[in-house]
Ligand binder design. Structure first.
Ligand code: NDP
Ligand code: GDR
Length: 345
């Protein structure tokens, strides 16, 4: 029987890689699409003939019930979120609505469509629709230990991280309350040429490409000392899928287990085009966050040992891949726009 998957966040970085991965595995894939004539639909234009879309918004409970009812999925991947951390200080309530309450709404949609009573555990049918929640290493924030593992206590440092922690716990709670197959993948930063231009690796690769082609003089950045465990998005969507194929639902940390500073990322990217980063980069204090997450690094023992997952692309290859892709985009699009680049994936 062909499996059916519903992905929220289909127009995002991970949504596109996951859709590709699931289509290759023979799935029928539906993407939840919000808004009228969403311009970001272009981002999945390459997959248009194979993908189906269903209207819905994480802010709208009824739309999610209708979407789950229409698609009758075997697996739901909730990747939809406002994912840019700094925005969560400016629009904390909105970010909480989408990133926290949105998770509850998807779980409720699954519960309602599965015919599960909210007051009684009803085992077998509860496992029919499997649910993946896009949890985040931002939940660790100012963690008491490094590397961070599944049992490390959360100390989120942004409204985004707090909302993600709610999403993680409510997923676990629905698993425990209703016997749902519902898991949270605690994913560390993952990047690609499809990454939004506001995130630091893509900001760097785009900046380097424009500087190398004489279209930009300087690159403004914030905290260069922050340490992150950066991997390739295409690798991480495999882990999402694997998490839903296990006998028992479990949460996993997913990362490379290696950390690098923002400064390392900048140096590598500039080196790739034969330039010295110190001649171009300056610090803009506006880009320094109200409360920073200084150090994140994954303890990958369980994901490697129990799931058998491992990343294929290392940090240096990832930065090269992103710079190479942006050199091409910038060369063909002088008035560079993220959407135009996305259309040429
Ligand atoms: P993106 O920012 O690229 O994509 C976010 C997606 O969420 C977009 O498709 C957007 O759709 C959708 N979305 C936003 N608001 C709503 C809403 N109200 N209803 C429905 N959909 C909405 O994120 P990524 O692909 O990078 O990340 C995917 C998920 O993984 C996110 O939940 C993120 O928080 C989480 N995560 C990401 C990590 C990373 O390093 N990339 C690490 C850990 C977790 P639209 O086009 O309509 O705006
Ligand atoms: P992050 O990613 O906040 O970790 O969240 P981002 O790339 O935005 O920042 C990483 C680190 O780089 C520092 N930094 C800058 N960041 C940005 N965006 N722009 C700058 O100019 C800049 N200069 C320095 C930041 O301070 C930070 O320390 C990402 C998102 O995908 C989340 O949705 C996801 O949950 C986490 O990764 C895991």
């Amino acid at each position: 029987m062909t499996k059916r998957a519903l992905i929220t966040g289909i127009t995002g970085q991970d949504g596109s890689y996951l859709a590709e991965h699931l289509l290759k595995q023979g799935y029928q894939v539906w993407g939840l699409m919000r808004g009228q004539a969403n311009p970001r639909k272009m981002r999945v234009s390459r997959l248009m003939s194979e993908l189906s879309f269903v209207d819905g918004d994480l802010m709208d409970q009824a739309s999610l019930v209708s979407a789950v009812d229409l698609v009758q999925p075997d697996e739901v991947y909730n990747l939809g979120a406002i994912s840019f951390v700094p925005m969560s200080w400016q629009q904390a309530e909105l970010v909480t609505e989408v990133n926290a309450m949105g998770v509850l709404r998807v779980l409720e949609a699954i519960r309602i469509v599965s015919g599960l009573s909210s007051s009684r555990h009803n085992g077998a049918s509860a496992k029919n629709i499997r649910f993946y929640q896009a949890s985040s290493s931002e939940m660790y924030g100012k963690a008491a230990e490094t590397p961070q593992r599944e049992t490390t206590i959360f100390h989120p440092r942004s409204p985004y991280g707090v909302a993600k922690a709610y999403g993680h716990f409510i997923t676990r709670n629905y698993r425990e309350s209703f016997g749902m197959y519902a898991v949270g993948g605690i994913l560390f930063n993952h990047e690609s040429p499809r990454r939004g231009a506001e995130f630091v690796t893509r900001k760097i690769s785009l900046g380097v490409a424009k500087i190398a082609q004489g279209l930009q003089d300087k690159l403004a950045l914030g905290n260069l000392d922050a340490l992150r465990d950066w991997g390739f998005a295409g690798d991480y969507v495999r882990a999402m899928h694997m998490m839903l194929q296990q006998d028992e639902p479990e949460d996993y940390v997913v990362g490379t287990g290696e950390m690098h500073s923002v400064r390392d990322a900048v140096r590598l990217a500039f080196e790739h085009v034969g330039l010295n980063w110190e001649d171009y980069v300056y610090i803009d204090p506006v880009l320094v966050r109200p409360a920073e997450v200084e150090i994140l690094c994954a303890d990958t023992t369980r994901v490697r040992g129990e799931l058998g997952w491992k990343p294929e692309v290392d940090f240096s290859s990832l930065m090269k891949m992103m710079v190479e892709a942006d050199l091409k985009h910038v060369a063909t699009e002088h008035e560079y726009g993220d959407l135009l680049a996305a259309a040429s994936w």
